[in-house]
Design a binder for this molecule. Structure first.
Ligand SMILES: [Zn+2]
Ligand SMILES: [Zn+2]
Length: 177
């Protein structure tokens, strides 16, 4: 069997029992490793219990956080969708089709872009300029598609919420690569 590096003391060792052996034969290393594994297992179980007991509104909250983070990462270094000014420090995630009127587009990535506080909060979304900015950003075809989706029925069962959380977490990872 090939040499491996002990997960605890980092020294090389020759596995004796199996290729899965994680530590050298130093008893300290073995004990430390097994207690770390136990901690991990306990943490994992706790997480599972928490997830099982999460309410729909808690899942929704998590989706909101993940989605906002995605928008921030995706739009980092780009200008405000409306006025084009560089986004720096605190800025908002502004909706083209408003959450109030079109709740089904709340978590649609073509409908939400980094927007400066001035445009988002003081100019009610600065929608005229938003319309120009969004077409530049996603193109006419996607904008038309978004428009056609805007009156779809809102359907956000728990499965869909979870799916979106995983989807946007993946996308954030991809963008950060
Ligand atoms: Zn060791
Ligand atoms: Zn702006």
């Amino acid at each position: 069997m090939r040499n491996k590096k002990c997960k605890i003391c980092r020294q090389e060792f020759i596995p004796k029992y199996s290729t899965m052996q994680a530590t050298c034969e130093n008893i300290e290393c073995m004990i430390t490793y097994s207690s770390k594994q136990k901690d991990k297992k306990i943490k994992r179980e706790l997480k599972e219990v928490k997830e099982r007991n999460k309410s729909v509104s808690q899942w929704r909250k998590e989706l909101q956080q993940v989605f906002n983070q995605f928008i921030r990462v995706r739009d980092q270094g780009k200008g405000c969708i409306s006025c084009g000014r560089p986004l720096q420090g605190k800025y908002d995630a502004g909706h083209f089709y408003s959450v109030g009127s079109y709740p089904n587009l709340r978590f649609h990535e073509w409908n939400v872009f980094g927007q400066c506080v001035s445009c988002n909060q003081h100019k009610h979304g600065n929608l005229l300029e938003y319309a120009i900015g969004i077409e530049k950003r996603i193109g006419k075809a996607k904008l038309e598609e978004l428009k056609s989706l805007r009156n779809d029925r809102l359907s956000m069962p728990l499965d869909k919420i979870k799916e979106l959380i995983y989807e946007y977490k993946d996308k954030i990872k991809e963008l950060k690569k």
